[in-house]
Design a protein around this ligand. Structure first.
Ligand code: PLP
Length: 364
């Protein structure tokens, strides 16, 4: 018997979430964002469920090369582009598309001699102030890229900083429209929040990430409200039970003290597995399918749960840390973070089990 902790990845849910993206943003091209090892789900494992996407987008060149080695033939976009000229040969040989967000990258393309020119997404800074060229420089850079032998096809792109706010897209969309006025190239604007709000945001190529994995980009609209299903369920078991008397405390630093008699279940999952150490007392956990709460500090390999209200809980009882029955966003909000961070943070020590409908495939 192995340590009873694994991340179950439900490919049928992922396929359904891709269909949800298609329904929100019909007639667009869909680049599924798979950076950070498909948001922690395992890039190679999720590919079959992304068969309906027109391509993939990620930041890691080595992962993109791995996709080509695995005979992935559709488009692949590098979201941070390239960092030095010496990467361009490989990028061209592997038919990868690049984001260009800085004039220096334009210069590198101009001086490169590539066997095969690239698909280039010119990224425009419309207010996020992270990556992107200034709107004032767009026409000149477009002109240069247009005449550059390294460029096969040009697209215009921006990234939304606060698509989750009611008026959060208007200024950026207006700035993007002004910067792109009259330029006849396909446009890419929407992340997940933009896909859900596609009618306002628009664009020809969408780049959803988090919603594919069944979590929400919004602070108030839940995954269920935006019509997506959890893909990863982090499962474990109770491996010990402690009966506490009033005033007994739990865990390192004794940050939790029982005011009454209490039953505590010990779960085989800790911060070395990616569960957030900063999750406070009271973070939700499912034990035997019932909502329970963490008690005491999360330790490296274990966390403790108050199971007083789950009398059937005993050694071997099933635990869901997040996923089916407990949205990752609920755990994230209790721990003052976002579902994105929790999903990406699951560590390699946690085996991933892929499920198809009616079929379990253990890949360790
Ligand atoms: C990560 C990323 C996305 C996907 O964002 P989600 O909020 O996960 O949908 C889209 N575009 C770019 C440029 C990104 O870096």
């Amino acid at each position: 018997m192995a340590r009873p902790l694994y991340a179950q990845v439900n490919l049928a849910a992922l396929t359904a979430n891709v269909a949800r993206v298609r329904a929100c943003a019909p007639k667009t091209q869909l680049l599924a964002v798979v950076k950070a090892n498909a948001y922690g789900h395992g890039l190679a494992r999720v590919l079959p469920a992304l068969a309906d996407a027109d391509g993939l987008a990620l930041v890691e060149l080595d992962a993109a090369i791995g996709l080509r080695a695995g005979h992935y033939t559709r488009r692949i976009l590098l979201l941070e582009g390239f960092f030095a000229t010496d990467e361009l040969k490989e990028i061209s040989a592997k038919r990868l598309g690049v984001v260009v967000h800085h004039a220096d990258q334009v210069r590198m393309l101009e001086t490169a001699h590539l066997d095969r020119p690239l698909e280039v997404f010119l990224k425009i800074n419309t207010g996020m102030n992270r990556l992107g060229v200034s709107p004032a420089d767009v026409s000149l850079l477009v002109e240069r890229l247009n005449h550059c032998d390294s460029v096969a096809a040009l697209r215009l792109m921006t990234h939304l900083a606060r698509a989750e706010d009611d008026d959060g897209v208007n200024d950026q969309i207006a700035a993007f429209e002004r910067a792109c006025k009259g330029l006849p190239y396909p446009r890419s604007i929407a992340n997940s929040a933009g896909v859900v709000r596609y009618k306002e945001v628009g664009g020809d190529i969408v780049r959803p990430g988090i919603m594919l994995y069944g979590a929400t980009p919004f602070p108030y609209d839940t995954a269920e409200m935006i019509g997506v299903q959890p893909v990863m369920t982090l499962r474990s078991e109770i491996i010990a039970v402690q009966d506490l008397k009033p005033n007994d405390s739990v865990g390192y630093g004794a940050t939790y003290t029982a005011s009454r008699a209490h039953r505590i279940g010990v779960v085989a999952c800790g911060y070395a597995d990616g569960y957030p150490r900063h999750a406070p007392n009271g973070t939700p956990v499912l034990v035997c399918g019932k909502k329970a709460r963490t008690a005491g500090r999360v330790s490296m390999d274990m966390l403790m749960v108050d199971v007083t209200e789950v009398p059937e809980a005993t050694i071997g009882s099933p635990v869901v840390l997040w996923g089916e029955g407990l949205p990752v966003d609920d755990v994230a909000s209790a721990a003052s973070t976002v579902g994105y961070e929790l999903l990406c943070a699951v560590t390699p020590r946690v085996p991933i089990v892929t499920t198809q409908v009616g079929h379990i495939d253990l890949e360790l």
